[in-house]
Design a protein around this ligand. Structure first.
Ligand SMILES: *Cc1c(COP(=O)(O)O)cnc(C)c1O
Length: 367
């Protein structure tokens, strides 16, 4: 039997009646950009995220870029980022003309190590951009304390962790601005590209509303040089449907993760996901780590089990960042994660038999 890494079609077909209704509503409205659907989704998403304001944008990368712009971060500024993340986090900093300053993760959690942040702060540092990676919220309490002490802004990259908790507080509700993505494979996925920011600052929310729409509030009157990064009515309507199911789908991800935790524990040379004290995960992905990663992936592929590597090359070693002159060995923990990590199938609606096969095959590889 083939076990896919992810079955997006089944995730969306589970809500097909609601999604088709939403499509018809938008089709019949005759209004496709910046309308009622967007306002409704923004209101519901801000409530979900316990934030005063949500602003929909075209994708997660734009959410990060516009957040940095709204905070007036640009050329000459430094922004602290994780060495272990998806490259979008770094690219956003580069696009506004600032420099990403990487900080290593903790090996256990794979998230940015708060203890290593302060040594990177200098007079050019303007912000910290932590990422809630793989679905696990970073140690945001500690990060906010450091930021407040040094008068820095915090932009939380919450693309992978809607609904995760750190000491009872929701991921994406810690930073001055929080950026998220609704890329189809994310926990709250659109049927196309989409993203949003959330914030408690009316000033920042308004700045992003202007930036996303050509720098204009009043049509054909432009206050600043904005961009076109709007979340369209159709995606907003579809997202509003899927938002209703996010909580139950998150619980299902956590239930499946617990089964992996129990069934795969105690295997030599296999590290399972570990959460920081007080923080949990919504398992955007379930990653295992082993020095035999490539052999394990090859074996699982031969056995019909799909896997993905998140991510094979850390940003500092990407061709795109050669101008920063980093080399192999500069961020050894991020590099070791890139060499050892393997994401195994986990998604809401994953058949029980599929998970049993994944467990059996992984045990078969090691024993
Ligand atoms: C997906 C992702 C993004 C970018 O989102 P897009 O919608 O693909 O632009 C940014 N940061 C992280 C951590 C992500 O996983």
């Amino acid at each position: 039997m083939n076990v896919p890494y992810l079955d997006l079609k089944s995730i969306n077909l589970a809500h097909q009646d609601d999604l088709k209704n939403a499509f018809e509503t938008v089709l019949n409205s005759g209004w496709y950009i910046m309308g009622e659907q967007l306002l409704t989704f923004e209101r519901n998403y801000s409530t979900y995220n316990q934030a005063s304001f949500a602003v929909g944008v075209a994708n997660g990368l734009d959410a990060l870029i516009l957040s940095l712009k709204a905070l007036k971060i640009g050329a000459g500024d430094e922004v602290i980022v994780p060495s272990n993340t998806y490259i979008a986090t770094w690219l956003a900093v580069s696009y506004v003309g600032a420099t990403p300053i990487p900080v290593e993760p903790k090996w256990e959690t794979c998230n940015i190590n708060p203890e290593l942040i302060e040594e990177k702060i200098n007079s050019n540092t303007k912000a910290i951009l932590p990422v809630n990676l793989y679905g696990q919220v970073a140690e945001m309490d500690k990060i906010m304390a450091i930021a407040n002490h040094h008068n820095l802004k915090v932009i939380e990259d919450n693309a992978q962790a809607q609904g995760a908790l750190c000491n009872g507080k929701l991921s994406g509700s810690f930073g001055h601005i929080n950026a998220t993505s609704f890329y189809p494979g994310k926990n709250l996925g659109a049927l196309g590209d989409a993203g949003a920011i959330t914030t408690d600052s009316e000033e920042l929310a308004n700045a992003i509303k202007v930036l996303r729409n050509y720098g204009s509030q009043k049509k054909y009157y432009n206050e600043v040089k904005g961009v076109n990064s709007r979340l369209d009515e159709l995606q907003a309507a579809l997202l509003d449907v899927k938002l209703k199911y996010l909580h139950s789908e998150t619980q299902e991800r956590q239930r499946l993760a617990l089964i992996y935790d129990e069934q795969l524990k105690g295997i030599d040379n296999l590290t399972l996901p570990q959460n920081a004290e007080g923080c949990n995960s919504v398992y955007h992905i379930y990653q295992v780590r082993t020095s035999k990663r490539d052999a394990l992936q090859k074996y699982l592929t031969e056995q019909g089990v799909g896997t993905v590597i998140h991510y094979p090359v850390p940003p500092h070693l990407q061709e795109a960042y050669k101008e920063l002159n980093f080399k192999q060995g500069d961020f050894p923990i991020a590099e070791k994660i890139a060499q050892e990590t393997l994401s195994i199938p986990l998604y809401p609606g994953m058949p029980k038999e599929h998970q049993e096969i994944v467990i059996e095959k992984i045990k078969g590889f090691f024993y």
